[in-house]
Design a protein around this ligand. Sequence first.
Ligand SMILES: [Zn+2]
Length: 91
Amino acid sequence: MSPCTRMAEWIPLYIDNELAASDMPLLETHLTECHACRDRFDQLRAVVDNIRAATPLYEPSPGSVKRIRAMVLARTRACGGDGSSRRQLRS
Ligand SMILES: [Zn+2]
C-alpha cells in the first residue's frame, strides 16, 4: 500500500480525533511533505468544519425521532443485519 493510500484512510480519522496517537506523527510528517495529501486534508477539514458550524434547521419532535428510528431499524433488518453482508456483496 502506498503511503498516500494509507493517508487517505487516516485523514478522516485524524480530523475526527480517532487516529491512533502512534500514527499521528507519521500523518503529520506526510502532510508537510506531500501536496496531494495536504490538499485532501484541507478540503476534508473545510467540509467537516462547515458541517460542524451548521446548525439544524429545526429540532425534530420526539415522535418523529421515534418513527425515523423504527424506519431505520426495519430497513437495517431488511438488508440483513448490520450491513456487513451488503459490504461483502459489493466487494
Ligand atoms: Zn501523500
